[in-house]
Design a protein around this ligand. Structure first.
Ligand code: FES
Length: 107
């Protein structure tokens, strides 16, 4: 069961252990991590599960961003080069210890 650390803009850390196969958004929602809304339930339609992948994390094993994710990110707030939608990233054991930064807000 991998542990992911969600980090808010003020530096508050939220370590979350969740079952591999859940999405990052589902892991955050189940563990009540503030700052991940997930309004569409993970259907890549709202952009409210926007996160930043930390530069120091190993991101090579993550699935590449697909066209729909790229389009939906247009609805997210303060998108940057490290932006992803948490609902499109399935948890794997290889992600244990990964740092995920949260945006200042989702809207
Ligand atoms: S939960 Fe809506 S785009 Fe991820």
């Amino acid at each position: 069961m991998p542990t992911i650390v969600f980090v808010q803009q003020d530096g508050t850390r939220h370590p979350v252990s969740a079952v591999a196969g859940l999405s990052l958004m589902e892991a955050a929602a189940i563990n009540k991590v503030p700052g991940i809304e997930g309004d569409c339930g993970g259907f890549c339609a709202c952009g409210t599960c926007h996160v930043y992948l930390d530069d120091e994390s190993s991101t090579a094993s993550l699935p590449a961003m697909h066209e729909l994710e790229r389009a939906t990110l247009d609805f997210a707030y303060d998108v940057g080069p490290d932006s992803r939608l948490a609902c499109q990233i399935p948890l794997t054991d290889a992600m244990d210890g990964m740092i995920i930064r949260l945006p200042a807000r989702q809207y």
